[in-house]
Design a protein around this ligand. Sequence first.
Ligand code: NAI
Ligand code: AKG
Length: 332
Amino acid sequence: MSEPIRVVVTGAAGQIAYSLIYMLSRGEVFGYDQPIILHLLDIPPMMEVLEGVVMEITDCALPLVVGVVPTADLSVAFKDVEAAFMVGSMPRKKGMERKDLLSANVKIFKEQGEALDKYAKKDVKVLVVGNPANTNALMCSKFAPSIPKENFSAMTRLDQNRAQAAVANRLGLRINQVRNVTIWGNHSSTQFPDAFHASAQINGIWKPVAEALNNSPWLKDEFVTTVQNRGAAVIAARKMSSAMSAAKAAADHMKDIWHGTAPGTYTSMAVLSDGSYGVPADIMFSFPVTIANKQWKIVQGLSVDDFSRSKLDVTAKELLEEKQDAVALCQD
Ligand SMILES: NC(=O)C1=CN([C@@H]2O[C@H](COP(=O)(O)OP(=O)(O)OC[C@H]3O[C@@H](n4cnc5c(N)ncnc54)[C@H](O)[C@@H]3O)[C@@H](O)[C@H]2O)C=CC1
Ligand SMILES: O=C(O)CCC(=O)C(=O)O
Protein backbone atom coordinates (compact mmCIF):
# COMPACT_ATOMS: atom_id res chain seq x y z
CA MET A 1 0.00 0.00 0.00
CA SER A 2 1.14 3.57 -0.71
CA GLU A 3 1.67 6.23 1.96
CA PRO A 4 -1.62 7.93 2.97
CA ILE A 5 -2.49 11.25 1.38
CA ARG A 6 -4.28 14.07 3.17
CA VAL A 7 -7.48 15.24 1.52
CA VAL A 8 -9.59 18.14 2.76
CA VAL A 9 -13.33 18.50 2.21
CA THR A 10 -14.75 21.87 3.24
CA GLY A 11 -18.42 22.19 4.07
CA ALA A 12 -17.99 18.69 5.45
CA ALA A 13 -21.23 18.74 7.44
CA GLY A 14 -23.27 19.71 4.37
CA GLN A 15 -25.22 17.73 1.86
CA ILE A 16 -22.69 17.42 -1.00
CA ALA A 17 -19.98 16.36 1.41
CA TYR A 18 -22.25 13.66 2.82
CA SER A 19 -22.15 11.83 -0.51
CA LEU A 20 -18.65 12.87 -1.52
CA ILE A 21 -16.89 11.66 1.62
CA TYR A 22 -18.16 8.14 1.03
CA MET A 23 -16.91 8.10 -2.57
CA LEU A 24 -13.47 9.32 -1.48
CA SER A 25 -13.36 6.82 1.34
CA ARG A 26 -14.21 3.92 -0.98
CA GLY A 27 -11.21 4.69 -3.20
CA GLU A 28 -13.23 5.86 -6.17
CA VAL A 29 -11.13 8.99 -6.71
CA PHE A 30 -7.55 8.39 -5.60
CA GLY A 31 -7.48 4.64 -6.18
CA TYR A 32 -8.55 1.48 -4.47
CA ASP A 33 -5.08 1.03 -2.96
CA GLN A 34 -4.55 4.64 -1.84
CA PRO A 35 -5.09 5.19 1.90
CA ILE A 36 -6.36 8.65 2.86
CA ILE A 37 -6.51 10.89 5.89
CA LEU A 38 -9.69 12.94 5.68
CA HIS A 39 -9.57 16.52 6.87
CA LEU A 40 -13.14 17.71 7.39
CA LEU A 41 -13.68 21.45 7.73
CA ASP A 42 -16.87 23.21 8.71
CA ILE A 43 -17.83 26.24 10.79
CA PRO A 44 -18.01 26.10 14.62
CA PRO A 45 -21.84 25.82 14.88
CA MET A 46 -21.69 22.68 12.70
CA MET A 47 -19.18 20.76 14.84
CA GLU A 48 -21.82 18.58 16.47
CA VAL A 49 -23.27 17.59 13.10
CA LEU A 50 -19.74 16.95 11.86
CA GLU A 51 -19.13 14.68 14.83
CA GLY A 52 -22.10 12.62 13.61
CA VAL A 53 -20.55 12.40 10.14
CA VAL A 54 -17.31 11.19 11.71
CA MET A 55 -19.24 8.53 13.65
CA GLU A 56 -20.76 7.34 10.38
CA ILE A 57 -17.38 7.21 8.63
CA THR A 58 -16.12 5.04 11.50
CA ASP A 59 -19.19 2.83 11.29
CA CYS A 60 -18.68 2.31 7.54
CA ALA A 61 -15.51 0.36 8.46
CA LEU A 62 -13.62 1.59 5.41
CA PRO A 63 -10.12 0.13 5.10
CA LEU A 64 -8.67 3.06 3.10
CA VAL A 65 -9.54 5.66 5.73
CA VAL A 66 -6.57 5.74 8.08
CA GLY A 67 -7.39 9.01 9.81
CA VAL A 68 -10.18 11.58 10.16
CA VAL A 69 -9.57 15.15 11.31
CA PRO A 70 -12.80 17.10 11.94
CA THR A 71 -12.09 20.78 12.57
CA ALA A 72 -13.20 24.38 12.31
CA ASP A 73 -9.59 25.57 12.31
CA LEU A 74 -8.14 26.46 8.90
CA SER A 75 -4.57 25.78 9.99
CA VAL A 76 -5.53 22.21 10.86
CA ALA A 77 -7.84 21.66 7.91
CA PHE A 78 -5.32 22.62 5.22
CA LYS A 79 -2.15 21.30 6.84
CA ASP A 80 -0.18 19.23 4.30
CA VAL A 81 -3.19 18.45 2.12
CA GLU A 82 -2.56 17.17 -1.41
CA ALA A 83 -6.14 17.51 -2.64
CA ALA A 84 -8.80 20.02 -1.63
CA PHE A 85 -12.52 19.84 -2.32
CA MET A 86 -13.73 23.38 -1.62
CA VAL A 87 -17.44 22.83 -1.08
CA GLY A 88 -18.20 24.87 2.06
CA SER A 89 -20.35 27.90 1.25
CA MET A 90 -23.97 28.90 1.01
CA PRO A 91 -26.15 27.31 -1.70
CA ARG A 92 -28.70 29.41 -3.60
CA LYS A 93 -32.43 29.22 -2.97
CA LYS A 94 -35.27 29.19 -5.47
CA GLY A 95 -35.36 32.33 -7.64
CA MET A 96 -31.69 33.27 -7.10
CA GLU A 97 -28.96 33.19 -9.75
CA ARG A 98 -25.67 31.63 -8.63
CA LYS A 99 -23.89 34.96 -8.97
CA ASP A 100 -26.21 36.31 -6.25
CA LEU A 101 -24.09 34.22 -3.90
CA LEU A 102 -20.92 36.11 -4.65
CA SER A 103 -21.22 38.56 -1.77
CA ALA A 104 -21.98 35.75 0.69
CA ASN A 105 -19.32 33.33 -0.48
CA VAL A 106 -16.31 34.96 -2.12
CA LYS A 107 -14.67 36.02 1.13
CA ILE A 108 -14.70 32.39 2.28
CA PHE A 109 -12.55 31.58 -0.75
CA LYS A 110 -10.25 34.52 -0.12
CA GLU A 111 -9.66 33.37 3.46
CA GLN A 112 -9.29 29.72 2.51
CA GLY A 113 -6.95 30.62 -0.37
CA GLU A 114 -4.70 32.31 2.18
CA ALA A 115 -4.86 29.21 4.37
CA LEU A 116 -4.03 26.91 1.44
CA ASP A 117 -1.08 29.15 0.69
CA LYS A 118 0.22 28.84 4.25
CA TYR A 119 -0.51 25.26 5.14
CA ALA A 120 -1.14 23.00 2.11
CA LYS A 121 1.46 21.15 0.05
CA LYS A 122 2.62 23.31 -2.85
CA ASP A 123 1.44 20.72 -5.37
CA VAL A 124 -2.08 20.58 -3.86
CA LYS A 125 -4.88 20.22 -6.42
CA VAL A 126 -7.78 22.48 -5.53
CA LEU A 127 -11.28 21.89 -6.86
CA VAL A 128 -13.79 24.66 -6.13
CA VAL A 129 -17.40 23.51 -5.99
CA GLY A 130 -19.01 26.28 -3.91
CA ASN A 131 -20.89 28.80 -6.03
CA PRO A 132 -20.30 30.96 -7.93
CA ALA A 133 -17.62 28.33 -8.49
CA ASN A 134 -15.59 29.88 -11.34
CA THR A 135 -15.08 33.23 -9.66
CA ASN A 136 -14.56 31.74 -6.21
CA ALA A 137 -11.79 29.58 -7.73
CA LEU A 138 -10.22 32.64 -9.34
CA MET A 139 -10.16 34.53 -6.04
CA CYS A 140 -8.98 31.48 -4.10
CA SER A 141 -5.99 31.15 -6.43
CA LYS A 142 -5.22 34.88 -6.25
CA PHE A 143 -4.94 34.66 -2.46
CA ALA A 144 -2.66 31.62 -2.67
CA PRO A 145 0.22 33.07 -4.68
CA SER A 146 2.74 30.37 -3.74
CA ILE A 147 0.60 27.63 -5.32
CA PRO A 148 0.67 27.38 -9.13
CA LYS A 149 -2.48 28.89 -10.67
CA GLU A 150 -2.84 25.73 -12.78
CA ASN A 151 -3.56 23.76 -9.58
CA PHE A 152 -6.92 25.51 -9.19
CA SER A 153 -10.03 24.54 -11.11
CA ALA A 154 -13.76 24.95 -10.70
CA MET A 155 -16.42 22.37 -11.31
CA THR A 156 -18.45 22.26 -14.51
CA ARG A 157 -18.37 18.48 -14.58
CA LEU A 158 -21.90 18.28 -13.27
CA ASP A 159 -23.03 20.29 -16.30
CA GLN A 160 -21.01 18.00 -18.55
CA ASN A 161 -22.53 14.90 -16.98
CA ARG A 162 -25.99 16.40 -17.40
CA ALA A 163 -25.27 17.20 -21.05
CA GLN A 164 -23.83 13.76 -21.75
CA ALA A 165 -26.86 12.12 -20.14
CA ALA A 166 -29.24 14.32 -22.15
CA VAL A 167 -27.58 13.35 -25.45
CA ALA A 168 -27.47 9.67 -24.50
CA ASN A 169 -31.17 9.74 -23.61
CA ARG A 170 -32.05 11.50 -26.82
CA LEU A 171 -30.22 8.85 -28.86
CA GLY A 172 -31.34 5.92 -26.72
CA LEU A 173 -27.71 5.10 -25.85
CA ARG A 174 -25.85 4.23 -22.68
CA ILE A 175 -23.89 7.04 -21.05
CA ASN A 176 -20.50 5.63 -22.09
CA GLN A 177 -21.62 5.59 -25.72
CA VAL A 178 -21.42 9.38 -25.80
CA ARG A 179 -18.14 11.27 -25.40
CA ASN A 180 -16.56 14.70 -25.64
CA VAL A 181 -19.57 16.85 -24.83
CA THR A 182 -18.11 20.19 -23.72
CA ILE A 183 -19.20 22.88 -21.29
CA TRP A 184 -17.78 26.29 -22.10
CA GLY A 185 -17.68 29.23 -19.71
CA ASN A 186 -19.38 29.82 -16.42
CA HIS A 187 -21.17 27.32 -14.17
CA SER A 188 -24.28 29.46 -14.55
CA SER A 189 -27.23 29.86 -16.84
CA THR A 190 -24.93 31.52 -19.42
CA GLN A 191 -22.78 28.40 -19.85
CA PHE A 192 -22.60 26.91 -23.34
CA PRO A 193 -23.19 23.14 -23.43
CA ASP A 194 -21.73 22.09 -26.79
CA ALA A 195 -22.39 18.73 -28.39
CA PHE A 196 -21.12 19.79 -31.82
CA HIS A 197 -17.75 18.16 -31.20
CA ALA A 198 -19.17 15.17 -29.36
CA SER A 199 -19.39 11.63 -30.73
CA ALA A 200 -21.85 8.81 -30.19
CA GLN A 201 -21.26 5.11 -30.63
CA ILE A 202 -23.98 3.75 -32.85
CA ASN A 203 -23.90 0.10 -33.85
CA GLY A 204 -20.26 -0.03 -32.74
CA ILE A 205 -19.16 2.98 -34.81
CA TRP A 206 -18.32 6.42 -33.39
CA LYS A 207 -19.94 9.24 -35.32
CA PRO A 208 -20.60 12.95 -34.68
CA VAL A 209 -23.60 13.52 -32.42
CA ALA A 210 -24.93 16.19 -34.81
CA GLU A 211 -24.92 13.61 -37.62
CA ALA A 212 -26.54 10.97 -35.40
CA LEU A 213 -29.27 13.49 -34.62
CA ASN A 214 -29.63 14.59 -38.28
CA ASN A 215 -28.54 18.11 -37.28
CA SER A 216 -31.61 18.48 -35.13
CA PRO A 217 -32.36 22.06 -33.94
CA TRP A 218 -32.64 20.44 -30.48
CA LEU A 219 -28.84 20.74 -30.17
CA LYS A 220 -29.04 24.53 -30.38
CA ASP A 221 -32.15 25.17 -28.33
CA GLU A 222 -33.76 22.73 -25.90
CA PHE A 223 -30.55 20.82 -25.16
CA VAL A 224 -28.72 24.07 -24.33
CA THR A 225 -31.43 25.61 -22.16
CA THR A 226 -32.19 22.34 -20.34
CA VAL A 227 -28.57 21.92 -19.27
CA GLN A 228 -28.19 25.62 -18.45
CA ASN A 229 -31.21 25.50 -16.15
CA ARG A 230 -30.90 22.00 -14.71
CA GLY A 231 -29.60 23.19 -11.34
CA ALA A 232 -32.62 25.46 -10.93
CA ALA A 233 -34.95 22.62 -11.96
CA VAL A 234 -33.48 20.40 -9.26
CA ILE A 235 -33.92 23.15 -6.66
CA ALA A 236 -37.54 23.65 -7.73
CA ALA A 237 -38.25 19.93 -7.39
CA ARG A 238 -36.17 19.00 -4.35
CA LYS A 239 -36.38 22.36 -2.54
CA MET A 240 -32.66 21.87 -2.07
CA SER A 241 -29.83 22.08 -4.55
CA SER A 242 -28.37 19.03 -6.24
CA ALA A 243 -26.09 17.07 -3.97
CA MET A 244 -25.70 13.41 -4.98
CA SER A 245 -24.98 14.37 -8.60
CA ALA A 246 -22.73 17.23 -7.49
CA ALA A 247 -20.69 14.87 -5.31
CA LYS A 248 -20.39 12.38 -8.17
CA ALA A 249 -19.20 15.16 -10.48
CA ALA A 250 -16.63 16.36 -7.93
CA ALA A 251 -15.34 12.81 -7.67
CA ASP A 252 -15.19 12.48 -11.48
CA HIS A 253 -13.34 15.80 -11.77
CA MET A 254 -10.64 15.00 -9.21
CA LYS A 255 -10.31 11.43 -10.48
CA ASP A 256 -9.47 12.80 -13.93
CA ILE A 257 -6.90 15.16 -12.42
CA TRP A 258 -5.33 12.28 -10.48
CA HIS A 259 -5.37 9.60 -13.14
CA GLY A 260 -5.69 11.55 -16.43
CA THR A 261 -8.20 11.51 -19.26
CA ALA A 262 -8.53 8.44 -21.46
CA PRO A 263 -6.98 8.55 -24.94
CA GLY A 264 -9.31 10.21 -27.45
CA THR A 265 -11.40 11.86 -24.77
CA TYR A 266 -11.45 15.17 -23.02
CA THR A 267 -13.34 16.66 -20.13
CA SER A 268 -14.64 20.08 -19.10
CA MET A 269 -13.32 22.08 -16.21
CA ALA A 270 -13.03 25.75 -15.43
CA VAL A 271 -9.36 26.71 -15.51
CA LEU A 272 -7.48 29.97 -15.82
CA SER A 273 -7.99 31.25 -19.34
CA ASP A 274 -4.83 31.82 -21.37
CA GLY A 275 -6.79 33.52 -24.15
CA SER A 276 -7.54 30.29 -26.07
CA TYR A 277 -10.59 30.50 -28.34
CA GLY A 278 -10.59 34.30 -27.98
CA VAL A 279 -11.68 34.07 -24.34
CA PRO A 280 -10.31 36.92 -22.19
CA ALA A 281 -7.30 35.87 -20.12
CA ASP A 282 -7.36 35.70 -16.31
CA ILE A 283 -10.88 34.44 -15.75
CA MET A 284 -11.74 30.88 -14.73
CA PHE A 285 -13.47 29.65 -17.86
CA SER A 286 -14.64 26.13 -18.54
CA PHE A 287 -12.78 24.62 -21.50
CA PRO A 288 -12.36 21.14 -22.89
CA VAL A 289 -9.10 19.80 -21.43
CA THR A 290 -6.98 16.68 -21.60
CA ILE A 291 -5.06 15.69 -18.48
CA ALA A 292 -1.81 13.73 -18.05
CA ASN A 293 0.59 13.64 -15.09
CA LYS A 294 -1.91 15.77 -13.13
CA GLN A 295 -1.51 18.65 -15.60
CA TRP A 296 -4.31 19.86 -17.83
CA LYS A 297 -4.03 21.24 -21.35
CA ILE A 298 -6.79 23.09 -23.15
CA VAL A 299 -7.84 21.16 -26.26
CA GLN A 300 -6.97 23.36 -29.24
CA GLY A 301 -8.35 23.62 -32.73
CA LEU A 302 -12.06 22.90 -32.20
CA SER A 303 -14.18 24.81 -34.69
CA VAL A 304 -16.20 27.75 -33.32
CA ASP A 305 -18.96 28.95 -35.64
CA ASP A 306 -20.95 32.18 -35.24
CA PHE A 307 -23.55 30.50 -33.02
CA SER A 308 -20.90 29.13 -30.66
CA ARG A 309 -18.91 32.38 -30.74
CA SER A 310 -21.89 34.37 -29.51
CA LYS A 311 -22.45 31.85 -26.69
CA LEU A 312 -18.79 31.97 -25.63
CA ASP A 313 -18.84 35.77 -25.61
CA VAL A 314 -21.95 35.98 -23.40
CA THR A 315 -20.58 33.67 -20.75
CA ALA A 316 -17.12 35.33 -20.83
CA LYS A 317 -18.75 38.72 -20.32
CA GLU A 318 -20.58 37.43 -17.25
CA LEU A 319 -17.31 36.10 -15.82
CA LEU A 320 -15.56 39.42 -16.37
CA GLU A 321 -18.37 41.16 -14.48
CA GLU A 322 -18.23 38.62 -11.65
CA LYS A 323 -14.47 39.07 -11.42
CA GLN A 324 -14.84 42.83 -11.11
CA ASP A 325 -17.42 42.42 -8.32
CA ALA A 326 -15.31 39.79 -6.55
CA VAL A 327 -12.17 41.95 -6.61
CA ALA A 328 -14.16 44.83 -5.09
CA LEU A 329 -15.68 42.59 -2.41
CA CYS A 330 -12.29 41.17 -1.45
CA GLN A 331 -10.84 44.65 -0.97
CA ASP A 332 -13.25 45.40 1.88
N1 NAI B 1 -20.21 23.72 -9.07
C1 NAI B 1 -21.28 22.94 -9.03
O1 NAI B 1 -21.59 22.25 -10.00
C2 NAI B 1 -22.15 22.87 -7.82
C3 NAI B 1 -21.96 23.72 -6.75
N2 NAI B 1 -22.77 23.66 -5.64
C4 NAI B 1 -22.49 24.58 -4.55
O2 NAI B 1 -21.82 23.86 -3.50
C5 NAI B 1 -22.01 24.57 -2.27
C6 NAI B 1 -22.39 23.62 -1.15
O3 NAI B 1 -23.62 23.02 -1.40
P1 NAI B 1 -24.31 22.05 -0.33
O4 NAI B 1 -23.36 21.05 0.18
O5 NAI B 1 -25.56 21.60 -0.96
O6 NAI B 1 -24.65 23.09 0.81
P2 NAI B 1 -25.00 22.80 2.34
O7 NAI B 1 -25.63 24.05 2.86
O8 NAI B 1 -25.69 21.51 2.52
O9 NAI B 1 -23.55 22.63 2.96
C7 NAI B 1 -22.64 23.67 2.98
C8 NAI B 1 -21.76 23.49 4.19
O10 NAI B 1 -20.74 24.48 4.14
C9 NAI B 1 -20.55 24.94 5.45
N3 NAI B 1 -19.87 26.22 5.43
C10 NAI B 1 -20.40 27.45 5.30
N4 NAI B 1 -19.42 28.37 5.40
C11 NAI B 1 -18.27 27.70 5.57
C12 NAI B 1 -16.92 28.10 5.75
N5 NAI B 1 -16.59 29.38 5.78
N6 NAI B 1 -15.99 27.14 5.92
C13 NAI B 1 -16.33 25.84 5.91
N7 NAI B 1 -17.59 25.40 5.76
C14 NAI B 1 -18.54 26.33 5.60
C15 NAI B 1 -21.94 25.00 6.05
O11 NAI B 1 -21.90 25.06 7.46
C16 NAI B 1 -22.52 23.69 5.52
O12 NAI B 1 -22.26 22.62 6.38
C17 NAI B 1 -23.05 25.65 -2.56
O13 NAI B 1 -22.39 26.89 -2.80
C18 NAI B 1 -23.70 25.17 -3.85
O14 NAI B 1 -24.28 26.20 -4.56
C19 NAI B 1 -23.75 22.72 -5.55
C20 NAI B 1 -23.98 21.84 -6.58
C21 NAI B 1 -23.21 21.87 -7.79
O1 AKG C 1 -27.84 25.52 -8.85
C1 AKG C 1 -27.33 25.89 -7.81
O2 AKG C 1 -27.17 27.06 -7.48
C2 AKG C 1 -26.84 24.89 -6.80
C3 AKG C 1 -26.47 23.64 -7.38
C4 AKG C 1 -25.74 23.77 -8.66
O3 AKG C 1 -24.83 24.55 -8.82
C5 AKG C 1 -26.19 22.87 -9.70
O4 AKG C 1 -27.07 22.04 -9.45
O5 AKG C 1 -25.68 22.98 -10.82
